[in-house]
Design a protein around this ligand. Structure first.
Ligand code: GDP
Length: 196
C-alpha cells in the first residue's frame, strides 16, 4: 500500500462513535510520549498527520486515518499519562480493552514502546488483550537512535524473551522515526495485515 496517501477521516471521543465496523483496521497504541505520532508521520511521510505534541496525553481521542478505501489506521489515545485523573484513566483502559476485543475489522495491533522503557504494565495489558482476541501484534521499540547498536540488540532480545509467555503472534522490531529504522519492517507487516 502507498502509505503516503493516508489522510485523516475523523476523531471519535470513544469506541461507540467509530464508523461502521467494516473493512480492515490496524490500531496503534502506546504510552504517551512513546513516539506514536512521530511513527505515524514517518510511516505516511507527512509532517503533521498525527500531531506530535509537546504536552503528552493531551489527545484523548481516537483518530482515524484512511490509507485507501477500507484500509484504516487507528491512532488510539496514549495511555499512562500521570496527570490524568484515575477515573478517566480507568474509563479509557476499559474502552481500549473493549475496542481490542470487540472490533471485527481490527486485524492487527502495533504497540509502541520507548526502547529504554519497554513492557510497562499497560503495554503488557494491551498485548494481553490482543493475544486473547487472537490479534497479531507488532511491538516497536521506538527512539532506537537513543541507544548504541549493542544496547539496542540487548533490549530487542530482552523483549523477545519477555513476551514468550504471552504465546501470541508477536513481532518485535527496533524503530526510529529520526533514522527511519524499522520502517520497511513496519510497512511489510501492515501490508500483510491489510491484505488478509
Ligand atoms: P506520542 O505521544 O507517542 O505521540 O509521542 P511523539 O511522537 O509526540 O514523541 C514524543 C517525543 O519523542 C517528541 O519529543 C519526539 O520528538 C520524540 N521522538 C519521537 N520519535 C523519536 C525518534 O525516533 N528518535 C528520537 N530521538 N526522538 C523521538
Amino acid at each position: 500500500l502507498n502509505y503516503a496517501k493516508t489522510h485523516f477521516v475523523l476523531s471519535a471521543p470513544d469506541i461507540n462513535h467509530l464508523p461502521v465496523d467494516g473493512g480492515v483496521e490496524i490500531a496503534f497504541a502506546g504510552r504517551s510520549n512513546a513516539g506514536k505520532s512521530s511513527a505515524l508521520n514517518t510511516l505516511t511521510n507527512q509532517k503533521s498527520l498525527a500531531r506530535t505534541s509537546k504536552t503528552p496525553g493531551r489527545t484523548q481521542l481516537i483518530n482515524l486515518f484512511e490509507v485507501e478505501p477500507n484500509c484504516r489506521l487507528v491512532d488510539l489515545p496514549g495511555y499512562g499519562y500521570a496527570q490524568v485523573p484515575e477515573q478517566v484513566k480507568r474509563k479509557w483502559q476499559q474502552s481500549l480493552g473493549e475496542y481490542l476485543q470487540k472490533r471485527e475489522s481490527l486485524k492487527g495491533l502495533v504497540v509502541l514502546m520507548d526502547i529504554r522503557h519497554p513492557l510497562k504494565d499497560l503495554d503488557q495489558q494491551m498485548i494481553d488483550w490482543a493475544v486473547q482476541s487472537n490479534l497479531p501484534v507488532m511491538l516497536l521499540l521506538t527512539k532506537s537512535d537513543k541507544l548504541a547498536s549493542g544496547a539496542q540488540k540487548q533490549q530487542l532480545n530482552m523483549v523477545k524473551e519477555a513476551i514468550l509467555p504471552f504465546q501470541g503472534d508477536i513481532t518485535v522490531a527496533t524503530f526510529s522515526s529520526l533514522k527511519r529504522t524499522g520502517l520497511e519492517q513496519l510497512k511489510q507487516k501492515l501490508d500483510e495485515w491489510f491484505s488478509q
